[in-house]
Design a protein around this ligand. Structure first.
Ligand code: PHE
Length: 345
């Protein structure tokens, strides 16, 4: 008869040969199952004489324990292998750099505006805001712009239903802000007391029927207004030159005031600048309209032109941004192309 050690040996081999848990269960059945080899041995015990029963039973039990231990070890080995396989399949390279959320940045026009606000803020200017859909009064009439002025033409201007216009410049903010200011100081004015000066900038969107490399139907201006009892063209020059030097971070540029005409200023000037270095060296570029506020406009603000005087300017922000960032086509600002925009982060 086969020794129990050999039976155990066969069981160990059978278990080792099982490649999957199912195969292992099949192998187990051969030895430990209901009609397995060891189970059969146990059944035979009953027919043995009493004196043999005890020794034989002990042998069977010992063999059974060994087989069970081998089965448990193989089960564990198969489970470990399965887990290792799964881990390998799902493995992550934790040394790879993570996917980050892209960080945005401010639009170059917004950056230019913030710069303008900071510089004028340092010179004591408030920042005002107003509607982009304007009435004829604020956009034209109050600014002394007669009905036959070319700026009123359908050709240049977007009219909306009800006769309102998409503001063609930020100059209506001169009137809107001054009227608010005058109202706030009505009591002092009525008592003949001096009114705190009006010193404000108003940046924002403006609209004209225009489109090429230096014009877009929607563009940005910043209006400036300083009105008091003794504000002259000299102040306009010093304020504007200081602004331009701060904006471009250089004194290596020239600024000239070229006589011009606007219905709401008298005298009027276009402000040109020329760089002393860089790609624009030696070229005059127009950056702003300006002038002494016209007496009729002062009157429309609710002030006495015999007493109050000041200057105003209106500058193209997109133009300033183009010059500062070296952008050759203004339309790039509004195409929404991230390849362009992400350069300003
Ligand atoms: N509003 C004028 C324009 O858009 C510019 C300007 C503003 C001129 C203020 C004089 C004073 O062309």
């Amino acid at each position: 008869m086969e020794a129990f050690s050999q039976l155990v040996q066969r069981a160990v081999q059978a278990f080792a040969g099982a490649r999957t848990p199912a195969e292992l269960e099949d192998a187990k059945a051969i030895f430990l199952g209901k009609s397995g080899e060891l189970t059969a041995q146990m059944k035979q015990l009953a027919s043995l004489p009493v004196d043999e029963k005890k020794a034989r039973g002990a042998e069977i039990n010992a063999a059974k324990q060994q087989v069970e231990a081998a089965l448990a070890a193989r089960r564990q080995a198969l489970a470990d292998a399965e887990l290792a396989l799964q881990l390998r399949a799902e493995s992550l390279d934790v040394t790879l750099p993570g996917r980050r959320r892209g960080s945005g940045g401010l639009h170059p026009i917004t950056r230019a505006m913030e710069r303008i606000e900071a510089i004028f803020g340092s010179m004591g200017f408030e920042v005002a805001d107003g509607p982009e859909i304007e009435t004829d009064w604020f956009n034209f009439t109050a600014l002394n712009t007669p009905a036959d002025h070319p700026a009123r033409s359908m050709h240049d201007t977007f009219y909306v239903e009800g006769g309102q216009v998409l503001r063609t410049h930020t100059s209506p903010m001169q009137i809107r802000h001054a009227v608010r200011h005058v109202k706030a100081h009505r009591a002092a004015l009525d008592a003949g007391l001096p009114m705190p000066e009006i010193r404000v900038i108003a940046p924002g969107r403006t609209y004209r029927v225009d489109s090429d490399a230096t014009h877009s139907p929607m563009f940005h201006q910043v209006e400036g207004l300083w009105v008091g009892e003794n504000i002259s063209f000299k102040d306009l020059k010093s304020v504007y030159v200081s602004f331009i030097r701060a904006f471009f971070e250089t004194s290596n540029l020239q600024i000239r005031f070229r006589p011009s005409y606007f219905p709401f200023t008298e005298p009027s000037a276009e402000i040109d600048m020329m760089f002393g270095s860089g790609p624009l060296k030696g070229r005059w570029l127009e950056v702003s309209g300006s002038g002494q506020v016209h007496p009729q406009v002062i009157r429309n603000m609710g002030l006495d032109p015999e007493r109050y005087i000041g200057f105003a300017f209106g500058s193209g922000i997109d133009r300033l941004a183009m010059l500062r960032y070296g952008v050759s086509d203004l339309r790039l600002f509004f195409d929404g192309d991230l390849r362009f925009l992400s350069q300003f982060k």
